[in-house]
Design a protein around this ligand. Structure first.
Ligand code: ZN
Ligand code: ZN
Length: 363
């Protein structure tokens, strides 16, 4: 609970720096970060002296338990927005920010209509106020992500032991989802990707009814969720046997992964981290076949700040957990991606994923 108070204090500092009296938080991951609430319906108003949390009747028991004394909890039986208009005048604020990246046009319209109807506050758009705080993980967050990595690795280990030539990608995805649950994953942070043969060249392939065959790649990209925090891992396997060509491409991606995982540092710009892997793949002649960015932050969401990409100028903060996921994709032939989760400490990168990066032959 102490961490929620620290997070609210950090938000107040950045509100003050932005000249804002308060923030209406509508993004659920941001609300969870600031209050601990894990439900699906809530609003949160944070001012220099108050934090008011609104939710509905379904969470009448859960909300006070999770939020505790981090915010004043209001349970409303009818409309959170109407209740908000009653509460705001009591907070004596002049300019309130809203999260413009997380509001529908209709909800934004409500804000301006309510202000016109006699409210004395002025609404101002804001972006990334809470997301920026979320980049730097505290120990409880690092512990949850580490646990999510471990759950994912246990599930992957158990899954590959059950893979057989003749299964479909969907069957393998089903085994993996079952093993993730059995190992303790609360949900799937995104749809499990199981892509075999030529489909492994599609960086975001969903599992299909394609039957896996010998001497082709099987790419598996998935994650686990523990205490709300995600892991995100990719490994690419060879089914039954590996040709020298498959081994060669896999080796290049593994080396690219190793140079970025070992070389990434807090304080480095996202683009320079990206270049660690991209430069290696380019030197090996496959630059055109690595078309996506190197990685992204993980936390309460599986894709969050910071970005590790050719266009990312922002420095990577100490305490961020980021993915390192270079790949080579040859349309019609197949693709390889190796994705690890890396904590950026003051002493350097700490790779949280321990699963083998060798080309393992399975099935
Ligand atoms: Zn992934
Ligand atoms: Zn990823």
């Amino acid at each position: 609970m102490r961490s929620q108070h620290q997070r609210l204090a950090a938000l107040r500092t950045s509100l003050e720096a932005s000249g804002l009296d308060g923030l209406l938080v509508t993004a659920l991951p941001n609300i969870r970060y600031l209050t601990g609430f894990s439900g699906s319906s809530a609003l949160l108003v944070v001012t220099p002296s108050e934090a008011v949390f609104l939710t509905d009747f379904r969470y009448a028991t859960q909300a006070p338990e999770e939020v505790g004394d981090a915010a004043h909890v209001v349970i409303d039986g009818s409309s959170l927005w109407k209740r908000l208009w009653e509460i705001l005048p009591e907070l004596e604020v002049e300019s309130l920010a809203f999260e413009s990246a997380h509001m529908t046009h209709a909800d934004t319209q409500r804000l301006f209509d309510a202000a016109k109807g006699g409210g004395k506050w002025e609404w101002r758009p804001s972006v990334n106020l809470v997301e920026t705080l979320r980049e730097q993980k505290d120990q409880s967050e690092i512990d949850a992500i580490t646990a999510a990595v471990s759950v994912a690795e246990i599930a992957l280990e158990r899954t590959i032991a059950q893979v057989e030539v003749g299964q479909t990608e969907l069957e393998i995805a089903g085994i993996l989802e079952c093993e993730l649950r059995a190992a303790g994953s609360e949900s799937h942070p995104f749809e499990v990707i199981v892509a075999s043969g030529p489909r492994s060249a599609l960086p975001h392939a969903r599992a299909s009814e394609r039957i896996i065959r010998p001497d082709e790649f099987l790419l598996i990209d998935f994650g686990a969720v523990v205490r709300g925090y995600c892991s995100d891992i990719t490994r690419t396997f060879a089914v039954a046997s590996a040709s020298p060509e498959m081994q060669e491409i896999h080796d290049i991606v593994r080396e690219a992964n190793a140079s970025a995982s070992g070389g990434v540092r807090a304080g480095m710009r996202g683009r320079d981290a990206d270049a660690l892997a991209r430069g290696y793949i380019q030197r090996r002649g496959w630059g055109e076949a690595f078309g996506h960015s190197l990685g992204h932050g993980i936390g309460l969401e599986v894709h969050e700040a910071p970005r590790l990409a050719k266009t990312a100028d922002a420095p990577l903060p100490q305490g961020a957990v980021v993915t390192i996921e270079p790949g080579i994709y040859r349309p019609g032939w197949g693709g390889v991606r190796i994705e690890d989760d890396v904590l950026l400490t003051r002493e350097g990168p700490q790779v949280l994923t321990a699963f083998s990066r060798d080309l393992m032959v399975i099935g």
